[in-house]
Design a protein. Structure first.
Length: 278
């Protein structure tokens, strides 16, 4: 993490029109920014452009992922305002907007430069998911790293995740939680047809190649950050991207507090049950 010291008055507020009723939060955020002397530009996610010192992304985690990847090219900090369900990537909601704006204008925030990965022209902040062409059965995936054969999997798919994405689909598939600032990637098989297949953590500078096995269909389905899906032929090559996403955080222990508060990490099921009645 590093503290920043720059003018934050050239501000954009990017929102996702597809999120249910974002306008009350947009109005509240715009009012708070204007009170600070800023002239925020309100942009729908399809209208994003460069030229800002700081960006508020209003929506769910998918919105924040999309906005953060776009502004990675200009190294612009992005602060998420959660309107979704989990809000794993955001620390701001409708109830603490004024506090968040105060911290931004007092430079009381940190920036984390989050690792991104790419495959061809596709960029991911969370993960790439590779699935076989046939959704009704398992497929065989051949994994190589730096052109060296590692293993093959019979599975429903493979997840190649960044540390940021290790708490997303990869976690649900049995992968490890990785501290977001580690320079590493994790490869997680989805429902492997074996008792010995385990997630694999590798340095981020490794080049990961996934190819089809002989006799299998030569097509994959590549899913980027759980949103964009496309068919690719024969092989998928994944490596570290040149740019990093700049996420603005309002507290130093954000990663651990989010694990506790939003994923209930280290909390017993009994405690969760009892909290329903308190």
């Amino acid at each position: 993490m590093e503290c920043v010291d720059f003018c934050t008055k050239n501000i954009a507020v990017v929102f996702n029109e597809g999120v249910k009723n974002p306008y009350p939060v947009l109005q509240k955020l715009e009012h708070s920014l204007i009170e600070k002397g800023a002239k925020p530009e309100i942009l729908e996610i399809k209208e994003m452009k460069f030229g800002f010192d700081f960006v508020f992304a209003v929506g769910g985690d998918g919105t924040i992922l999309h906005v953060s990847k776009f502004y990675a090219m200009s190294k612009t900090p992005v602060l998420g305002v959660n309107l979704g369900r989990l809000g794993y990537l955001s620390q701001v909601n409708a109830d603490n907007i004024q506090l968040a704006v105060d911290k931004v204008f007092n430079n009381a925030f940190n920036i984390e430069k989050r690792l991104m990965i790419k495959s061809g022209e596709k960029y991911a902040l969370n993960d790439f998911v590779i699935k076989g062409a046939c959704a009704t059965r398992s497929s065989r995936f051949v994994l190589s790293i730096n052109d060296k054969f590692v293993c093959d999997y019979i599975a429903d798919g493979l997840i190649v995740s960044t540390p940021t994405g290790s708490t997303a689909y990869g976690l649900s598939a049995g992968g490890p939680v990785i501290y977001p600032m580690l320079d590493a990637l994790v490869i997680v098989p989805i429902c492997p047809h074996t008792l010995t297949a385990r997630p694999l953590v590798v340095p981020s500078n490794e080049i990961i190649k996934i190819t089809t096995a002989e006799g299998e269909s030569n097509e994959f389905n590549l899913i980027t950050d759980g949103a964009d899906s496309c068919d690719v032929s024969n092989e998928v090559v994944i490596q570290k991207a040149e740019n990093k996403a700049y996420l603005a955080l309002l507290q130093d222990d954000a990663f651990y507090s989010v694990l506790r508060d939003k994923l209930h990490w280290g909390v017993s099921p009994r405690s969760l049950w009892l909290n329903q009645f308190t």
